[in-house]
Write a protein that binds this ligand. Sequence first.
Ligand code: TNX
Length: 699
Amino acid sequence: MTVAQDLLPRPRRVEPRWGRLDLEHGLRLDVHSDAPESICTLARRFQARFDRLLGTSPQQDAPHCRLEAGAAGPHPLLDDAEHFTLRITESAAELTADTPWGAAHGLERCLQLLERDLAGRFLPALLMEDGPRLPWRGLLLDISRHFLGLSALLRTLDGMAAAGLNVLHLHLNDDQGFRFESPSRPRLHEMSGHGGYLRREEIATLVQAAAERGIRVVPELDVPGHAGAILYAYPELAAGPAPTELPRAFGPSRYALDPSLDATWEMLDAVLDDLLALFPDPYVHFGGDEVHPEVYAFTDERRRSWMDTHNLTDAAAVQAWFTRHMVEKLTARGRRVVGWDEVLHPDMPTGMTIQSWRGAATLEPALAAGHDALYSSGWYLDLHYPARWHYRFDPAADEHTLLVEEEALAAEPELADVADGVRALQATARATAEQVGQAATRGRVLGGEACLWAELVTADVLDARLYGRLAAVAERLWSPAETRDADDFERRLPGWLTHIERVTACRPLTFDPASLGALGIAPSERRAVESLFEALAPVRWYKRLLGPDGLEARRAGQNRPRPYDADTPLQRPVDLLPPDSMAMFELRDALKALAAEPDNALAEVTLRDFAGRWRMLPVQFARLMSRSAAIAELEARIEQLSELADMLDAWVDAITASEAPGLATRQRFTEWARWAAPAVAETDLAVVSVVAPWLGAES
Ligand code: TNX
């Protein structure tokens, strides 16, 4: 495998050439003397990155990389050209693009292509013609449930750029917090910005840094529902209840703005002016999701007569009226409007962009009604799904294909106990979306967004919650439609994560020493803890957010108080665990390799090493468990792994002796797997599904 075959996301076209560009003396990024300022800035930023990676600034005889790029506006726009051509020969490199954004993508590729061997550092000779498949490649960050400050956002821009993503969608307010400075309505951020909010200068810095990376920042003001934080500051604007304290509980709420009040629109006018002054992108998201229907089922005389005046017959019509007014206000200010798929209604305005979060059931009707659409439903990163589950969804696929993939997800064996819940969301969506009409011209799938809802995310755990899975979504949005091999994606993923650690401040692979310290883990215990953590994964879907009781209640169609609220510390081992464990990829590959070649020595030592480390866990953890309650919760996992060590060794013994593992071994494994199945401290034992095909199967 060459480094070009390991690229993630996969490029459109790459032709390896013979030879290499030697970089022992550094690399000099060159721009034309009359190059636009944006290109000079780009060159300076990447020169510093190359210098750091190459360990030297360019010396006299360093090879050149010539940058030739057309100009663009101050901020990237949807549909701006993003493609580039990169030529690397034995004497120089040359990067051409129509825009600075295309050039930035090409330079990210150069960073990925850097190689090193005994003779030193180099770039492989090649010709690459690359550019994204879809123009809207986004990440939604919810900074409202837990605040993510400027430094977390800035490092995330670097991670996004490395993945080829180009839209940061900021979910700026929700029931639990209002996160941007509103000079004309300061009560909003002063009262409801508990935990932090973005100041105007910080937003300017963020938008500028994003533009330098070819990334658009799309703000979301979530109204009329999810309005708890707004209504805490302005209780008189509530259609239903208003909170007397800043809400801390998660889940669908009854906090919604009263659309019949002039004061509501005065507030929205002022806040929109503040917001639009900070975010230059032509697109603005206004939410529109999860308005509790009972709240808009007005019964009092004043609002009944308001409904009559406007010919509104039910709660859905009230919401559609709200949507129309929001869209008018934003359109009058020269913006294009995005809303969640609940805004679909026969009386909604035309020309919106619909973000589909409830599946093909809303994507297809939105397009048929002539709206542009963004896909998100299969890409909820807060559900702790492994990357390969997200990888299957292609927003541009036809409805049937998407439905098949949705069903395949609901049928994942690991979701067996919640499959009804997974299917239920799509069913609710179908009813609302079906009434929407057909337009003469179909809308366009612009792309999609991975969504990181942050009920269970803080800046400390952000990187473990993003990367891995973000790469799966990024490749689907960037690479040609035929790039669909999930095994090959997983093969490239560990290298990409290592790359992210090398070129950004993001740390998707390394457990943060401070977080381990907070769990009472000493530096000397780190190795042992890693051997345990790498075999675990956070429980999937909403199991954690709802809790065991909440899950049962949801089945019966009820809502229960949830085990977490916005003040619950996220400092359990489960918070540190990435949903994909690179060690489990390694284990899986070694099992497969040994089964195929019983004399594969590398596979054998890898497996023996796993078994050896698991066997030591009870001894290593004895003291730690007496010190750390958080670790003591995992006691069952430690016992389970030490038992698995014996079974794995027995399997390796049998395979290397060219014997079939016996019936007794398989029965013992089956019983063990039953013991290991229930969640422990909100963790799954990820290793079970990895070893089951070998240790549990008749060979
Ligand atoms: C649904 S998606 C929500 C969010 C939650 C998320 C949790 C959408 C428009 N609303 O408020 O955070 O589920 O997955």
